[in-house]
Design a binder for this molecule. Sequence first.
Ligand SMILES: Cc1cc2nc3c(=O)[nH]c(=O)nc-3n(C[C@H](O)[C@H](O)[C@H](O)COP(=O)(O)O)c2cc1C
Length: 222
Amino acid sequence: MSKKEALFGNFQVKMDCLYEAIVTTCNVNLALEKITYNAAPMGVIFPDSKHIIIRPYLTTNTYKNIQSHRCAGINFTNNIKLFYNSAIKKSKISQNNFLTSKKKKIPLLKDSITRFVVRMEKMEINESKNRAKILCKIDEFENIESNIEPYNRGYFAVLESIIHFTRINILMEQNPEKGKILIDNILEYNSFIKRVYPNSDFEEIMNEIVLNLSKMTRLKIK
Ligand SMILES: Cc1cc2nc3c(=O)[nH]c(=O)nc-3n(C[C@H](O)[C@H](O)[C@H](O)COP(=O)(O)O)c2cc1C
């Protein structure tokens, strides 16, 4: 194994590279008597084989939850609908999507390939970027048997569209030129998905994103 890679069972990552995960946390809601769980896609980095870095915006529930409970689940999944729902359609994420880790009862996603239980070790806040950098220690990991799907470009196009969509509202206020570029990118990815992955989950998600986009921007999108 080269120095630049870390191996967790048969799950292999390159250090310092960005991977897309879904971070699961316990919601902070003192008014509610029962605990609820939260899921949100976040880019994560492995700086070495014992830690994971998460960089949540200060406005996210994920940031607030980790700040309160100092622990989280980091889930790697190929389920693109879980990415879409946990980023944009939270109402479609039910408590049935979760299980809890054996030792510390940290929420994890049932439908994941590999999942980690982590504990916050250090947090830095970048006020100007409105973002935290949280260094987490890996306490547990688990690899789940799953079917391997060949590498395909659909994941990239749909993931990029989901992440663009989460940023459009704020960009249209702060930097409309950049906002328009993101909209054009989404429309480009939409026509690519229609051509290459018709009648798939990918197409279903893109249809919803474009529909919401047209409502949001009142553009007539064909
Ligand atoms: C692929 C992908 C990666 C993302 N990475 C981050 C990230 O690193 N930090 C962040 O704050 N938001 C990120 N987002 C956006 C959040 O997932 C989104 O704002 C989410 O609604 C936050 O949920 P929460 O408020 O429940 O934590 C990402 C979204 C996607 C689709």
